[in-house]
Write a protein that binds this ligand. Structure first.
Ligand code: ATR
Length: 277
C-alpha cells in the first residue's frame, strides 16, 4: 500500500465466532513480522454487498468468505478466477486498487495441497476417487480432483438428485452411486474423500461399510473435529494412508495471505498447533 494504513483482512460469515481463520492468519502475520490484522466479521446476508463495498475504505485489502456467503460473493465480484467459476462459489476476495473485487476459490487447491503434503506418494491419476457427499465442499473437491487428473469420480450422496446435478455439470468422468451402495465404490477407489458432515462431533455417525477399502487407498476426511474421525481411524487400521482435514483449511489460506500481505506463508507443525490451540 502506498499510504500509512495498516493492511487488514478478515473472514465474513454467519455464524463466525467459531472460525479458526483468525488464528491461522494471525499466526502467519506474527511469524513473518508483518504489520496487519485479520478480523472475524459477522455479516447478515442482505448486508454482504454494502459491507464488501465499504471494507476497502477502512484499510481492508481482502477477506475470506464462508457460510452462507460463498455463492453470493462470487456474483458480487467484478473479476472471478476460472476455478471459482467452476466451483460456483468464492472463498477469497481481494480488493484491487481500482476499487474492483477479485474473487477466487482456494478450497480445491487446499484440498489437493493437503494430500500432496501429507501423502507424498498420492497420485490423482492412480485410479478412481470415491467422494461421499454432494454439497458445497464436494464441488471444490470434485473440480480439483478432475483438474489434478483423476480418471473417474464415483459420487454418492444421501440425496441422489444433488449428485446427479454435479454429474450433469462436471461431465462423464463423474458416476453417481446410490447412497445405500456407497460402500461398493471403495473396491475400486484409490482416493477416498468424505465431504459430508458425518463423523463430526455432534453430528450423525459415518455408517458406510468400509470393508471394501483397498489397502493402497489414500483416505481423507474434510471433517476435522475430531481430527481422527472414525472413518480415518478405521482406514488406518486397515492399512490405508490417511490424511486429516485440518490441512485443507491451512492450505486454502495460503493464496489469500500471499495476495494480501505479499509473503507466501508455510504450512507447518507450528501453524497446526497454533490453529488447534
Ligand atoms: P458443505 O458446504 O460442508 O458441503 P452442505 O452443502 O450442507 O455443506 O452439504 C452437506 C453434505 O453432508 C451433503 O452431501 C449432505 O447430504 P444431503 O445432500 O443428502 O443433505 C451430507 N449429509 C449431512 N447429514 C447427513 C446424514 N445424516 N446422512 C447422509 N448425508 C448427510
Amino acid at each position: 500500500m502506498s499510504d500509512h494504513r495498516i493492511p487488514l483482512a478478515g473472514v465474513i460469515g454467519n455464524p463466525i465466532a467459531h472460525s479458526r481463520s483468525p488464528r491461522l492468519h494471525r499466526h502467519w502475520l506474527k511469524t513473518y513480522d508483518i504489520l496487519g490484522d485479520y478480523i472475524p466479521l459477522h455479516v447478515e446476508g442482505d448486508d454482504l454487498e454494502v459491507v464488501l463495498k465499504t471494507l476497502p475504505k477502512m484499510g481492508f485489502v481482502g477477506v475470506n468468505v464462508t457460510i452462507p456467503h460463498k455463492v453470493h460473493a462470487l456474483h458480487i465480484a467484478d473479476q472471478v478466477t476460472d476455478r471459482a467459476t467452476l466451483i460456483g462459489a468464492a472463498n477469497t476476495l481481494t480488493f484491487l486498487a481500482d476499487g474492483k473485487i477479485y474473487a477466487d476459490n482456494t478450497d480445491g487447491y487446499g484440498f489437493i495441497e493437503n494430500l500432496r503434503q501429507n501423502a507424498p506418494d498420492w497420485q490423482a491419476n492412480s485410479g478412481p476417487a470415491a467422494v461421499f457427499g454432494a454439497g458445497g465442499a464436494a464441488r471444490a473437491v470434485i473440480v480439483s480432483l478432475l483438474d489434478a487428473g483423476a480418471p473417474e469420480i464415483l459420487l454418492s450422496n444421501r440425496t441422489r438428485a444433488k449428485a446427479e446435478t454435479l454429474r450433469a455439470e462436471f461431465g462423464s468422468r463423474v458416476t453417481v452411486v446410490e447412497w445405500v451402495q456407497a460402500g461398493n465404490m471403495l473396491e475400486e477407489a484409490t482416493t477416498v474423500v468424505n465431504t459430508t458432515s458425518l463423523g463430526m462431533k455432534g453430528a450423525a455417525e459415518f455408517r458406510v461399510p468400509l470393508d471394501g477399502l483397498r489397502r493402497d487407498a489414500v483416505v481423507t476426511d474434510l471433517v476435522y473435529t475430531p481430527l481422527r474421525t472414525p472413518l480415518l481411524d478405521t482406514a488406518e487400521k486397515m492399512g490405508c494412508t490417511t490424511v486429516d482435514g485440518l490441512g485443507m483449511l491451512l492450505h486454502q489460506g495460503v493464496p489469500g495471505f500471499e495476495r494480501w500481505f505479499g509473503t507466501r506463508p508455510e504450512v507447518d507443525d507450528a501453524l497446526r498447533r497454533a490453529v488447534l490451540a
